[in-house]
Design a protein around this ligand. Sequence first.
Ligand code: ADE
Length: 424
Amino acid sequence: MTVGIKLNYEVKDLALAAQGSQRIEWAGREMPVLKQIRQRFAQDRPLAGIRISACCHVTTETANLAIALKAGGADAVLIASNPLSTQDDVAAALVVDHGIAVFALKGEDTATYLRHVATALDHQPEIIIDDGSDVVATMIKERPELLTRLIGTTEETTTGIARLKAMLQGGVLTFPAIAVNDSETKHFFDNRYGTGQSTLDGVIRATNILLAGRVVVVAGYGWCGKGTASRARGMGARVIVTEINPVCALEATMDGFEVLPMAEAARVGDIFITVTGNKHVINREHFLAMKDGAIVCNSGHFDIEIDLVALGELSRDKRTVRPFVEEYILEDKSIMVLGQGRLINLAAAEGHPAAVMDMSFANQALAVEYLVIERGKLAPGIYNLPAYLDEQIAQLKLAAMGIQIDTLTPQQIHYMNSWDEGTS
Ligand code: ADE
């Protein structure tokens, strides 16, 4: 469909725009760092004419990023990075009130999702902002002729960076990619506090269950798992962690969590949350061991962590019992699956709160600007955003929060840079 002279889009209902704009503004209040970047972008126009295809969850926070990119002069197209995470009112508001081309519908099927990925590529992007690396992978596999005009890409997630590393290993990564997830001001906050809070928000909105006194099994103790486990404990749950990494398992143990193999945890858990980034972390054997009424959900990037095919095979029936809750009926029990095994925090809730996305998307905006500044100078590879920019984001966030810190004295700087002072 076309709006105005040439804006193409595919959203659910343009009449939702007013509500979407109000919500985008609300999120913007919590995003002071991105706001400052947007204001500078509007003045300096560092992205003038740059074609950007962004594949992100279409939320109020992403809308603020898209608006900042447009203020910087970018010609941006936005598609959804997950079939269930789109906020339809936000998509409408971006089209109607901001003239940004959006292709995203909450609940879109896989064919529609892939068609939107193709649309993002039809835009012939010079920069791709990816969340999970689907657009980049599709460009390499299906549209390699577009690689020549690509300045570079940015990646939001741990999962997407793992895919970029595999591309590098496989010799197909022919452009610079900025690993936004690896900035300290991204994963320390978004992955931990963002995922921690929004995952439980999704579980609670979907089920309205009391967490206090329940056994919550968290699969994976990376940054997202740490956040989820700590927030679940904070709400009174008894938390069990499962891991495959000995260091992470040790860390979980010393953080005071019980660590068990999933086969054992499956027998005692009331609520299972996967955040591993890996496949079939909950499998047939685990479903067979679970209690009647066990609740299973995923907060990792892709819907592959829970083997729903196996669960389907074990079930004699399935029904939707609440929005985002499907009851799989086995011979001797029911198992409840939330959000079709897709990211529960974005399927049933609104994703991470704006205050953490402020830093994540400040990183994205600065990463895009960095790629433009360094155009033609970065060899193919995976880069972190330079540390001085990461630190700048932390400084701006602290200032916005009204928090002051100390500075090193000249003597301290000297001490830090010398080796000859020891025991006095
Ligand atoms: N990923 C997790 N939470 C998000 C949000 N609120 N917006 C965009 N991407 C997200």
